[in-house]
Design a protein around this ligand. Structure first.
Ligand code: RB5
Length: 149
């Protein structure tokens, strides 16, 4: 299952992403925001991040005006590796190298076509599992363990 959330700046793009994912056979859990709702991005980011960190969702997608606030907030949750991507190369690399479990991007940054290509790349690309990438992710986890409660 893929969890998704946005703030008021990205409702239209979030709905396009949900349509794309459901049409391609993915189960999606939508945390809003919805049309007419004003939402502070950290309030949505934590809902999606907790859904992923708990294991309920396999991956999470966050969209705000830039994707920046959402990615910063999500990365405060232990176990979350949220990648801000505005291109498909980065979306591919962050799955293959970082085993990113969340994706963020901005409705004011990418158009619908590019956003859907980024989403497709992110959900379809597997982590490489290479020893060097595992070692580096383990070092990220060590930083979490040092600084998180
Ligand atoms: C909202 O205006 C905007 O600040 C938000 O969507 C996001 O871009 C923050 O990083």
């Amino acid at each position: 299952m893929i969890a998704i959330g946005c703030d008021h700046a990205a409702v239209a793009l979030k709905n396009e992403v949900i349509k794309f994912l459901t049409e391609n056979g993915y189960e999606v859990k939508d945390f809003g925001a919805n049309a007419g709702e004003s939402a502070d991005y950290p309030d949505k980011a934590i809902l999606v991040a907790e859904c992923v960190a708990s294991g309920e969702a396999d991956k999470g997608i966050l969209i705000c005006g830039t994707g920046i606030g959402m990615s910063i907030a999500a990365n405060k949750v232990k176990g979350i590796r949220c990648a801000l991507c505005s291109d498909t190369f980065s979306a591919h690399a962050t799955r293959e190298h970082n085993d990113a479990n969340m994706l963020a991007f901005g409705e004011r940054v990418v158009g619908v076509g590019l956003a859907l290509d980024i989403v497709k790349t992110f959900v379809e690309t597997e982590f490489s599992g290479a020893e060097r990438h595992v070692r580096r992710i383990d070092k990220i986890t060590a930083i979490e363990n040092k600084y998180f409660k």
